[in-house]
Design a protein around this ligand. Structure first.
Ligand code: UT7
Length: 337
């Protein structure tokens, strides 16, 4: 049977570093608060001049992933783009990326699953490969948050967290008897608590999606979050979904070489490690440098973990997990061929 094998990864962040001290000049916060409560020291934001969308960041990451895979864009037979911050309302960033790659008929699918977009994307890629619908897939997670943040003190809980960036993975269906590739995936969603983390406007459900009586400075035009509620959900649901994916893969936690969690808050990931009774070196952190890049966060960390040779050798097993808006949460286990 064909297995979904990662052939190359790439990442890209815009050049503009925003430190916690830079944020102190914009709104009422402090380097100390941000580091202590989230672990974040800096993030990257696009330049305010010119136009840079999620597909532009994704394009740069894709070029690196394709090069590392030894592929050209023409080799691709499917593109999946995970983002909550598409370049424009429609069409999706996957189509825009496809054109940037010089392609004109390769199918392109956008996934709107926020922090778990990459996990849903990887499970989708795996299903496409195993069903024979695709053989060489480019999966991208990319976000431009900075142009949509409330940069006043009112939005400080979210604004200090989010960073821009993209990462890409080339996945190929390879015939092998080895137990390798995507071993299992466990995905969940609970739309009953969608309002715990959302951007409400513009809303197509309204008679006019930019309501005339609501000024553009209204908080409904910006992401809002019940941070403590999401934090508690993450600490409760992530261990469960990790166990579910372990059971599906029929392996035990001690066989996992590295856990790469979504980088939403260092304290969530430390709590996860304590709950699972794991050494901190078994859990990958890079939130210090990038903040929370939502759909880009897991592939960005995966790329860095491979570059740092923390994982990537034949037989290494990595567990990817995360929880975010939707709510959505999930876990995917991958074994290197
Ligand atoms: O990626 C998608 C999923 N998202 C997450 O997983 C995020 C989960 N939640 C979190 O990471 C945390 O809840 C936050 C980092 C968002 C907030 O940290 P917290 O420790 O839960 O703080 P809090 O919301 O309970 O607020 C505590 C205090 C409040 O002040 P008072 O009411 O105690 O006076 C806030 O107004 O901290 C204040 N605060 C800030 N102070 C300085 C909130 N944001 C900031 C800030 N700087 N940026």
């Amino acid at each position: 049977m064909k297995k979904s094998i990662i052939k190359g990864t790439g990442m890209f962040v815009p050049p503009n570093v925003i430190t916690n001290h830079d944020l102190e000049k914009m709104l009422d916060t402090s380097d100390e608060w941000i580091k202590k409560r989230t672990g974040i020291e800096q993030r990257y934001w696009i330049n305010q001049e010119g136009e840079t969308g999620a597909s532009d960041l994704g394009f740069e990451a894709s070029k690196i992933a394709l090069k590392n895979a030894g592929w050209t864009a023409q080799d691709l037979d499917f593109i999946i783009f995970a983002t909550l911050s598409p370049d424009i309302m429609f069409p999706g960033s996957g189509c825009l990326l496809q054109a940037k790659l010089g392609l004109d008929s390769t199918p392109a699918l956008d996934i709107r699953q926020q922090c778990t977009g990459f996990l849903y994307g990887l499970a989708t890629a795996d299903a496409y490969i195993k069903s024979g619908l695709a053989g060489k897939i480019l999966l991208v997670g990319g976000e431009v948050h900075s142009s949509g943040l409330d940069k006043s003190t009112r939005g400080r809980d979210i604004t200090v967290i989010f960073g821009d960036g993209a990462a890409a993975v080339c996945i190929e269906g390879i015939e092998t008897d080895k137990n390798a590739g995507v071993l299992s995936s466990a995905l969940h969603a609970d739309g009953n608590i969608a309002d715990a983390l959302m951007t409400e406007l513009p809303a197509s459900r309204l008679p006019f999606r930019f309501p005339a009586d609501v000024p553009l400075s209204d908080p409904r035009y910006f992401p809002v979050m019940d941070g403590p509620a999401i934090f508690k959900k993450a600490v409760r649901m992530l261990p469960r979904v990790i166990n579910e994916s372990l059971e599906k893969a029929q392996i035990t936690l001690d066989k996992i070489d590295l856990i790469i969690p979504h980088q939403a808050n260092m304290r969530i990931n430390q709590a996860l490690g304590q709950f699972l009774k794991l050494d901190d070196n078994k859990i990958f952190h890079n939130i210090q440098k990038y903040g929370n890049t939502t759909a880009a966060s897991i592939p960005l960390a995966l790329h860095e973990a491979i570059e740092q040779e923390r994982i990537g050798k034949s037989g290494d097993v990595v567990l990817l997990t995360g929880l975010g808006a939707g709510l959505t949460w999930g876990s995917v286990i991958y074994k290197f061929l």
